[in-house]
Design a protein around this ligand. Structure first.
Ligand SMILES: [Zn+2]
Ligand SMILES: [Zn+2]
Length: 374
C-alpha cells in the first residue's frame, strides 16, 4: 500500500505562507513545495525547524510571489542546503541568488518546450505552466510509490498567460488552488464583471485606477482592458513599465496571439509611463499602478488626490489589513471586483473532475477542507 506523509507548514487554512513538506524514500528525507511568508504577520515564516530544513533535499518553488517564495533566504540561513527547483523567470523576478539550483526549461524561447519532466535522485517531477504569472509552474512529484500534485496558484483560463492545462493526471495527494473559495463563477464571468463596472465609470466621465502587483495580473488586465475599451487611454506607471520589461524578456510564458497583438501597444504605453507625484498633463481613462497595497507613500497620496478629482479605484486582489487600500474600501471610495488569477470553487471542482486525485487539499483560503475520492 502506498502512503504519503505530508507536513503542512503553511498556506492551508490561511491565505499566504504556502509551504508543504513531504517525506519520501530514504528515512527522514523530504522535499518541500514552496516556502512563502505571511506578510501581515509579525513572524511571517512557516514554522519549520533547523532539523527539518537540514533534511530537505529539494525545494520546488511554484512562482515568485512572496507568499510562495519569501522565506527562501531565511530557510537557507537556518539549515536548508539542498537544491532549489524553479523556472529561470521565478528566480529572476523573485531576485533569488543561490548556487544549488535546478532551473526548469532552460530554453524558454523554444515554443515547443511546453512543460516537461525531470529526474532528481529518487524523485521524478513533471511540471507545466500554471497560467497565474510569468514563471509560474505546477508540479506532479513522484517518489518510489506515491504521486503528489501541487497546482501552485493556478488559472487555466487566462487571457494572456500560457497554461499547460492539468487533465487526466492521477495522484494520491493533490494540493490545489482554491483561493476564491466563495466564488462560484468561471473566469470569463469575473472578467465581465470588471469590464461592466469600468464601462459604467467611463460613461459617467470618471477615470479608473487599478492598483496591481508588480509581477502578476497587471499584464493580463492591461490586455483585457485594451481589448474591451479600444478607444480608451490606458496608461501605466513607471514601476509597471519596468516590471513589464523584465517579464516580457521570455515569451514562453505568454499566449502567442495575445502577446503578438499586445507587444507594440504595450511598448508604446510603457514608453509614456507616468510617475505618480510628478505633474501628469496627458490624463488617462484607465491607469494601472504597480503597487497593489499602495505601500509607497507617493502612490497612496496620488490615488487619494485622484479620488478627490473623481476617479474610481478598482481593487482586484487580496486586501492587506490596515493598508491604504483597505481604508479606501471602508470609505466606499474604492470598489472591489475579483480578478480570476486564482481558481474559484467552480474552477477547483472542474479540476477535480478532470483528473484522478484521491485526497485533495484545497489551499490558499481560510477553510481547512479535505476532499477524499473513492
Ligand atoms: Zn501568486
Ligand atoms: Zn499565492
Amino acid at each position: 500500500m502506498s502512503t504519503v506523509k505530508l507536513r503542512i507548514k503553511g498556506g492551508y487554512g490561511e491565505h499566504g505562507r504556502s509551504c508543504f513538506l513531504v517525506e519520501y524514500g530514504r528515512e527522514g528525507h523530504c522535499y518541500m513545495v514552496d516556502c512563502g511568508i505571511m506578510d501581515t504577520d509579525p513572524y511571517p515564516y512557516p514554522s519549520v525547524t533547523r532539523e527539518e530544513l537540514e533534511k530537505v533535499d529539494y525545494i520546488f518553488m511554484t512562482h515568485c510571489h512572496k507568499d510562495h517564495s519569501g522565506a527562501f533566504s531565511y530557510f537557507v540561513e537556518n539549515g536548508f542546503s539542498g537544491i532549489l527547483v524553479a523556472s529561470a523567470m521565478t528566480l529572476c523576478l523573485g531576485k533569488i541568488q543561490y548556487q544549488r539550483t535546478h532551473i526548469l526549461c532552460e530554453s524558454p524561447f523554444d515554443p515547443v518546450c511546453g512543460g516537461g519532466d525531470i529526474e532528481l535522485g529518487e524523485l521524478r517531477a513533471e511540471y507545466g505552466r500554471s497560467g497565474h504569472c510569468p514563471g509560474g509552474l505546477w508540479f506532479k512529484i513522484t517518489d518510489e510509490t506515491v504521486r503528489a500534485f501541487f497546482s501552485g496558484d493556478y488559472q487555466e483560463d487566462s487571457l494572456f498567460y500560457a497554461c499547460d492545462a492539468v487533465k487526466n493526471q492521477e495522484a494520491e495527494l493533490a494540493v490545489i488552488d482554491c483561493a476564491h473559495n466563495h466564488i462560484n463563477s468561471p473566469a470569463r464571468e469575473l472578467r465581465e464583471n470588471i469590464t461592466v463596472r469600468v464601462s459604467r465609470s467611463l460613461a459617467e466621465g470618471r477615470s479608473v485606477i487599478f492598483p496591481v502587483p508588480q509581477y502578476g495580473r497587471g499584464l493580463e488586465l492591461f490586455y483585457m482592458l485594451k481589448q474591451a475599451f479600444p478607444q480608451a487611454a490606458v496608461c501605466v506607471d513607471r514601476g509597471f513599465a519596468d516590471c513589464a520589461g523584465e517579464m516580457l524578456k521570455e515569451t514562453w510564458w505568454y499566449r502567442e496571439g495575445p502577446l503578438r497583438a499586445m507587444q507594440h501597444v504595450l511598448a508604446d504605453t510603457c514608453a509614456k509611463a507616468i510617475i505618480p507625484g510628478q505633474k501628469d498633463e496627458r490624463g488617462y481613462d484607465i491607469l494601472l499602478l504597480a503597487d497593489t497595497h499602495l505601500k509607497k507613500k507617493e502612490n497612496a497620496i496620488y490615488v487619494r488626490e485622484a479620488v478627490l478629482r473623481g476617479s474610481d479605484i478598482m481593487v482586484t486582489g487580496r486586501v492587506k489589513c490596515k493598508s491604504p487600500v483597505e481604508q479606501l474600501l471602508e470609505e466606499g471610495t474604492a470598489f472591489r471586483c475579483h480578478f480570476p488569477h486564482h481558481q474559484s470553487r467552480t474552477d477547483m471542482e472542474k479540476m477535480i473532475n478532470e483528473n484522478r486525485f484521491h485526497t485533495i487539499l484545497p489551499f490558499h483560503n481560510n477553510e481547512r477542507d479535505i476532499i477524499v475520492r473513492a
